[in-house]
Design a binder for this molecule. Structure first.
Ligand SMILES: [Zn+2]
Length: 103
């Protein structure tokens, strides 16, 4: 996994804008096949596509700590639309959980 720590709240400051847009498009196109989280905060997201790929994101209490994706773009640039989409999804999920807890 590629280690990079940044606040999940400010993730949009740490990912290039065009990659954020690509990630948003990917989510909107319902390419997300499944998403799960283990007890340690390791998220696993599977994407439909050609080829299918898998993204892992390790999230601590407040920070993204590390991530990886098995697509070729990630191997080259250490960032890709899947990681961006994964972090969008994780951030939304965390925000929703916060709202539920407040009620
Ligand atoms: Zn990828």
């Amino acid at each position: 996994m590629y280690s990079k720590t940044f606040s999940i709240e400010n993730y949009f400051m740490h990912i290039p804008e065009y990659v954020l847009d690509e990630g948003r498009e990917l989510l909107n196109s319902s390419a997300l096949n499944s998403a799960s989280k283990d007890v340690k905060g390791l998220w696993l997201l599977r994407w439909k596509g050609e080829p299918d790929c898998e993204t892992e994101v390790f999230v601590g209490r407040k920070n993204v700590k590390a991530y990886s994706c098995d697509c070729s773009i990630f191997q080259e640039r250490k960032m890709c639309c899947h990681v961006s989409a994964a972090i969008h999804h994780i951030h939304e999920t965390i925000e929703k959980e916060k709202l539920v807890r407040k009620k």
